[in-house]
Design a protein around this ligand. Structure first.
Ligand SMILES: [Fe+2]
Length: 336
């Protein structure tokens, strides 16, 4: 009995973790921290502002001299994480990832070049509120950037005795908490998985394969405890945009978001449902330019030692949507 009690006490009073100069507990930190910025194209900026700002409830934080409109969901700490650019066609301009520090950026630059991709350097300040960036084109044809610094504006709660919820009106619309992930369409998705796993230290959390020949049809990649931070769907054409996803705190919030999406007559592809892949609760809908959006809640916790989950096309309906076991064909055919 005595031994058991001592062990128990030892386990609930662990030795405090050492702190580094940032005040962060020293632990296994990855070089790439998260998907932190997505810029998409819209054809009617006023209609898009109504969709993403007034309806969805993202906070517009700035419009720059080129007319780009910058947003943040309330609980993203950086100045902005989602940008709209008015253009002749919808789609995605780039995705950007926040990395731990400047030396990480330097290290990853060498890694990308060793992988065989050309790296372009962008000086601090070229992108607003941002330190220097590097950019490259992924094997799928998508423009991607990495940066280590961007202005921190917080989530309105502050960093000293922050409390748990912001003032009335900060959480609004679809109650979006944060930018969560993107799904991109293009060729060479196994090469993309290799880039993200070998160079950026992501994990391949899940993979969808063709049951006939084991060909990869979808790869899901995580640099965190999320089921995915980015995913790629096999498409013939490069640089296609499948969707950007925003995280909600609960399925209750997801259902309330669906109530508003219906109220505003926003085109819905998939009403509240649950993915087999990622186990996330989901709603899919479209912005006025035809870009697909998702609101997403739950999903499992991914750890670096979790084995890759494999799905094959014999279960295509269940891996897609588990409530009605019905994969939508538009999920493969409609990209911007
Ligand atoms: Fe998604």
């Amino acid at each position: 009995m005595k031994t058991l009690r001592l062990r128990w006490r030892a386990s609930v009073h662990p030795k405090p973790l050492e702190k580094d100069w940032r005040g962060l507990a020293t632990m296994s930190m990855r070089g790439v921290l998260r998907l932190s910025e997505v810029q998409i194209r819209v054809m009617d900026l006023a209609a898009a502002r109504e969709h993403y700002g007034a309806r969805m409830g993202l906070h517009e934080v700035m419009q720059d001299e080129k007319g780009l409109v910058y947003y943040k969901p309330w609980d993203d700490h950086e100045h902005h994480s989602f940008i709209l650019r008015e253009a002749d066609a919808p789609g995605i301009d780039y995705v950007a990832f926040r990395v731990y520090d400047d030396s990480t950026l330097t290290r990853l630059t060498a890694g990308i070049e060793s992988f065989g991709l050309r790296v372009e350097h962008i000086a601090a300040g070229v992108y607003p509120k941002s330190g220097r960036r590097i950019q490259f084109v992924a094997p799928s044809g998508h423009l991607m950037q990495l940066y280590a610094e961007k202005e921190l504006t917080g989530n309105t709660l502050g960093y000293h005795n922050p409390g748990v919820t912001p003032d009335e009106g900060v959480i609004r619309g679809y109650r979006v908490n944060r930018l969560d992930h993107v799904l991109l369409g293009g060729p060479n998705i196994d090469e993309c998985a290799r880039l993200f796993c070998d160079v950026f230290d992501f994990d391949l959390s899940e993979k969808i394969i063709d049951a006939k020949n084991d060909m990869s049809l979808g790869v899901f990649l995580s640099c965190s405890t999320k089921p995915h931070d980015i995913a790629f769907q096999l498409q013939d054409q490069p640089n296609r945009f499948h969707h950007v996803s925003f995280f909600l705190e609960s399925v209750s919030d997801l259902y309330k978001a669906a109530d508003l999406i219906g109220k505003y007559r926003i085109p819905v592809e998939v009403p509240p449902n649950r993915h087999g892949v990622t186990r996330g609760a989901t709603v899919y809908f479209f912005d006025p330019s035809g870009n697909r959006n998702e609101v997403f809640a739950e999903g499992y916790v991914h750890y670096p030692d979790t084995p890759t989950l494999i799905w094959d096309t014999d279960e295509i309906d269940h891996l897609g949507f588990t409530h009605d076991n019905h994969m939508r064909q538009s999920f493969f055919d409609v990209l911007t």
